[in-house]
Design a binder for this molecule. Structure first.
Ligand code: ADP
Length: 449
């Protein structure tokens, strides 16, 4: 059993992990940059240690600094949260060499799903349906033209090393291909240091459906249904819900079964998410995230399980605490991501929060590292909180979300909260009738009007 866990992250996700540790009687160690000395995770952890300057390259991404912090504090295991080092195979390898436990899958499994071409090949081999596309990378324009011609336009050019919605360009016609190809490559080069791209059929009105999976590393695995994350801006999720309003129980059982079998076959350990586009009743794999997702609380709400606790247990070598039959969906949950951004352009606006009041009451969860008087530093992600509501059904969850948003006070900075009131008024959101392109069109119509 672990006595002490170091959390290699900041913000709300660091608090999330500290809370799980405390309930399990495990001591927690926070790490922080000099810009985060006043951050909530530093105050809430049992111990805290400064690991470097504001720039995350020299602090939250510094492997030697984090390993030294483990050695100094005597932490036996590291929880990476999401982002930062959570999907870095070299880091996991380094921890193994230092006899430290990574709370997550093996370096080999991270590598398998790390670059998107290898991930698609692995998915195919495991019996998971994938988006039609080029076989492997596309080295030059002629190959791109031939591949796109074969699958038919529109196509999307994606960075092999991509993530965070960057390095993706759509070509609607052959005339647009050259420009899309060159732009995707140069964006990929500057964002990821790797200009390899591949081509996929561009689906025109899919939903984003992702399946939560859990493996014990010994060949046993379960799925925890899906999350619908179709409301996206610039390929980034804004509003997530579970279960999806567009999936039947049969479709859930089928795709969930395929995913759980694949994860069991891999011998995968810990939490993972297999992402699909869903159109006309068919699922098409796009990628697998080998970590905890931002939107994991909606799954926790409807299944009544603590996914972080489960991650820690599996890392300790314990069996899963639930079987597939134990996992029964109860009600409906929705999460909205609250960013420190100014509408309508979503310009980041860090600064001082004068007053912070979190909503409460039945079925309301607020995961946030804000407090009154806190100054949000300008160096990191603009996510400042997640509001999660749970109701007996979707209409109740929507009502509860409106009620909870009305109680929330974040004073002193601009946030994306006004957007959620607009969304709650939209008939398509009320009926659940939206796809991955819906939000962009809505923003063009509503906020810029
Ligand atoms: P990232 O790792 O950067 O998040 P993903 O491959 O997960 O990239 O894709 C992110 C989003 O981009 C998807 O949720 C979807 O909105 C859009 N997208 C990706 N591939 C396609 C495709 N083939 N057709 C249509 N949209 C796509």
């Amino acid at each position: 059993m672990f006595e002490k866990i170091l959390i290699a992250n900041r913000g709300e996700i660091a608090l999330r992990v500290i809370r799980a540790c405390r309930e399990m009687g495990i001591r927690s160690v926070a790490v922080h940059s000099t810009a985060d000395s006043d951050a909530m995770h530093v105050r809430m952890a049992d111990e805290a240690i400064c690991i470097g300057p504001a720039s995350s390259t020299d602090s939250y991404l510094s492997m030697p600094a984090i390993i030294s912090a483990c050695e100094v504090t005597g932490a036996q295991a590291i929880h990476p949260g999401y982002g930062f080092l959570s999907e870095n195979a070299a880091f996991v390898q380094m921890l193994e060499d230092h006899d430290l436990t990574f709370i997550g899958p093996s370096a080999a499994h991270i590598r398998m799903m790390g670059d998107k071409i290898t991930a698609k090949e692995t998915a195919l081999a495991l019996g998971i349906p994938v988006v039609p596309g080029s076989e492997g990378g596309v080295p030059d324009l002629d190959t791109a033209r031939a591949a796109a011609g074969d699958m038919g336009y529109p196509v999307i050019i994606k960075a092999t090393a991509g993530g965070g919605g960057r390095g993706m360009k759509v070509a609607n016609t052959e005339a647009e291909l050259e420009n899309a190809f060159r732009t995707a490559r140069s964006e990929a080069k500057s964002a990821f240091g790797n200009d390899e791209v591949y081509i996929e059929k561009y689906l025109q009105r899919p939903r984003h459906i992702e399946v939560q999976v859990f493996g014990d590393g010994k060949g046993n695995a379960v799925h925890l249904g899906e999350r619908d994350c179709s409301l996206q801006r610039r390929h980034q999720k804004v509003f997530e819900e579970a279960p999806s309003p567009s999936i039947t129980a049969e479709q859930r059982a089928r795709i969930g079964g395929i995913c759980a079998d694949a994860v069991a076959k891999m011998g995968y350990s810990g939490a993972g998410t297999i992402e699909f586009l869903f159109e006309d009743g068919e699922f098409y794999f796009i990628e697998m995230n080998t970590r905890l997702q931002v939107e994991h609380p909606v799954t926790e709400a409807i299944f009544g399980v603590d996914l972080v606790r489960e991650q820690i247990r599996v890392a300790e070598g314990l069996p899963l605490s639930f079987t597939q039959d134990d996992l029964v969906i109860n009600g409906h949950a929705i999460e909205v991501r609250i960013n420190a951004e100014k509408l309508p352009n979503f310009a980041p606006c860090p600064g001082k929060v004068n007053t912070f009041h979190a909503p409460g009451g039945l079925g309301v969860r607020m995961d946030s590292a804000l407090y009154g008087g806190y100054r949000i530093p300008p160096y990191y992600d603009s996510l400042i909180g997640k509001l999660i509501v749970h109701g007996r059904d979707r209409p109740e969850a929507l009502q509860r979300l409106r009620r909870a948003l009305g109680e929330l006070i974040i004073d002193g900075i601009d946030t994306t909260v006004p957007l959620f009131f607009e969304l709650l008024d939209a008939p398509d959101v009320q009926s659940g009738d939206y796809n991955i392109h819906w939000l962009e069109k809505f923003l063009d119509r509503t906020l810029k009007a």
